[in-house]
Ligand binder design. Sequence first.
Ligand SMILES: [Zn+2]
Length: 272
Amino acid sequence: MEPFVKKNQSFLSIDSWMRHYPKLEAGFTTKNGGTSKGFFKTLNLGFHVSDDVTNVCSNREKVAELLQFPLSCWVGAEQTHETVLKKITKADRGTGSDSYESSFKGTDGFYTDEEGILLTLCFADCVPLFFIAPEKRMIGVAHAGWKGSVGQIAKKMIEAWGQENIRPEEILVAIGPSICEKCYIVDKHVINFVEKALEEGGALTYNLITEGQYSLNLQELNRQILLASGVPEQNILQTSLCSSCDHEEFFSHRRDKGRTGRMMSFIGWKEK
Ligand SMILES: [Zn+2]
């Protein structure tokens, strides 16, 4: 069953998590229901894509209202396809919520065990990874394009939580809407890194299409890395939604040839 369930035109929720864990808000936005124009039509939430900042802020306010999670409680990151994770506290609230300039530099993942904070990251094909250790109240989100995936940002989150005395068996992960295997064709350069990332175990996640061209399943690559990091198979939810196949719902960097908006992953504990 698809873990990401559409709640209205503007976002999907990780339904089973939200039913099990009261006060949790977790999901992924669509491209619909906003005010942006042109390539960014209509719910672009990314500041760095040369959309009108006023429209991006108005779109963010719209999502804040839909989620009942004020923009002043959000945090956002610069996202540089690296694997730096940042632990967030209430003192960080609002950082990166209303401008790209104020966002956390060189950061591709967040985690926190405090309430009243919405961890957000932007996407258009890269894989959003959502984490929760319900007993410890820890939540997290990470941005995994091919570089973050082969850099094992998924494993780094599990290790960071290990420092907080959270075992991999206590962690649930949801792999969110992103580019599917059929839509994601890469060259040997990328595949070399994929092979290296899977050296510690895991099934191959790509297929040769033609000479030097491979179809890569980034969602499955992240699942294999999570399994190799000790997260039990039954703890991992995986979407079947593709940002590139689904023209109606999602922006896609590949499909739209780089000129497009961004969806947003979000996870947070509400204070009440
Ligand atoms: Zn696809």
